[in-house]
Design a protein around this ligand. Structure first.
Ligand code: FAD
Length: 314
């Protein structure tokens, strides 16, 4: 965990930025102000939002949404091993979702359970609403991820869209019931609900509608990047690679906006690299329809991840 942490106070200081640790709870476009959970109201000439998303609603006792990532990471750090230890075949640790993030997490949980608590075959259960693992991904990747789940001993229930959660467990739209001890919810991201009340233009799905410059379509002095915004090219996959690339354009465009210079256009990559941990010291890489798996992919992923975090903590 420490290796993945970035000291924001230090990073902000290095960049000459004032850091306030609080949540934004409201935005008033008329007054050009942001309300914060610490009671402060910040007025600004430009406001740049990068709030990510939240997990789509599946909530219940012992179920932890993996978005926002930082809240989940803290909860996992404090309780993850205990949750895995308490999992039983009749009440396993569940991961709800079936996309790449859910698969990666289910494999990681199964491996962690085995490392810390011994053989726990079948005590991690992946429950997915879709019939296929990682729907929409190339078949070669789906096959590799399915094999990785089997290798890690993850129990699978496909086509089970969870509709209801109570003390007895999870109930799917097909009426199947799943008991669980604790679990993670990785069902894709949804927009933060308070954005809809601000009057900023949003897409039908509730994401901030932005221009190719990353400025809001309705309020040119508000900027929105990363998972929370969608541009004229339509919905991009909710991937860190787009958020990071947008960051570079955003920084330049904020300076250009202050200088009243013409704005740059963000052009998303058509293809991008995904590197997914697939257990047993291996990772699976995807570039377009190309797919490969091995320990070398895992080393590659570690090198990229470490160099990214190191660039922020150096
Ligand atoms: C398990 C998992 C694995 C992934 N692996 C990959 C991968 O290998 N490659 C890849 O490209 N993508 C990956 N992704 C996707 C990637 O994490 C996201 O696309 C990326 O983090 C989006 O960046 P962002 O800055 O838009 O939002 P986030 O990273 O979600 O950051 C948003 C931040 O805003 C904060 N925030 C939210 N609301 C408020 C508020 N009201 N006030 C103040 N702060 C607020 C949040 O706490 C958070 O710190 C993965 C996702 C998951 C869940």
């Amino acid at each position: 965990m420490a290796a993945a942490q970035v000291d924001l106070t230090r990073l902000a200081k290095r960049a000459g930025v004032k850091f306030i640790q609080a949540s934004a709870t409201g935005l008033d476009p008329q007054r050009r102000s942001l309300e914060c959970s610490n009671g402060a109201r910040l007025e600004a000439a430009l406001i740049s939002l990068d709030l990510g998303g939240m997990c789509r609603a599946v909530s219940g006792p012992g179920l932890i949404p993996i978005k926002p990532l930082d809240r989940w990471a803290l909860a996992w750090h404090a309780n993850g091993d205990a949750w895995l230890a308490s999992a039983q075949p009749e009440a396993p640790f569940c991961v709800v979702g079936g996309g790449i993030a859910a698969v990666e997490l289910a494999i990681a949980c199964a491996e962690r359970a085995q490392q810390v608590h011994g053989a726990l075959e079948g005590r991690v259960h992946l429950i997915s609403g879709s019939e296929a693992i990682a729907p929409g991904e190339p078949v070669a990747l789906q096959r590799r991820l399915s094999s990785a789940l089997a290798r890690a001993g993850v129990q699978l229930s496909m086509g089970q869209h969870i509709q209801h959660v109570d003390d007895q467990g999870l109930t799917s739209a097909r009426g199947h019931r799943f008991a669980y001890r604790a679990g993670l919810v990785a069902t894709g991201v949804a927009p933060s609900p308070w954005l809809a009340q601000t009057g900023i233009a949003t897409t039908a799905a509730g994401w901030v509608a932005r221009e190719a410059s990353l400025a809001s379509r309705s309020h040119p002095w508000i900027w929105a990047s990363g998972d929370m915004a969608e541009g004229p090219q339509g919905a991009l996959p909710k991937a860190g690679v787009h958020a990071v690339r947008q960051g570079e354009v955003l920084a330049r465009n904020l300076r250009r906006a202050i200088a009243h210079s013409p704005l740059e256009t963000f052009r998303p990559q058509r293809r991008y690299l995904s590197l997914i941990r697939s257990g047993a010291g291996q990772a699976t890489g995807r570039w377009g329809r190309w797919c490969a798996e091995g320990e070398w992919v895992s080393r590659w992923k570690s090198a990229l991840d470490h160099s990214f975090v190191d660039s922020l903590v150096a």
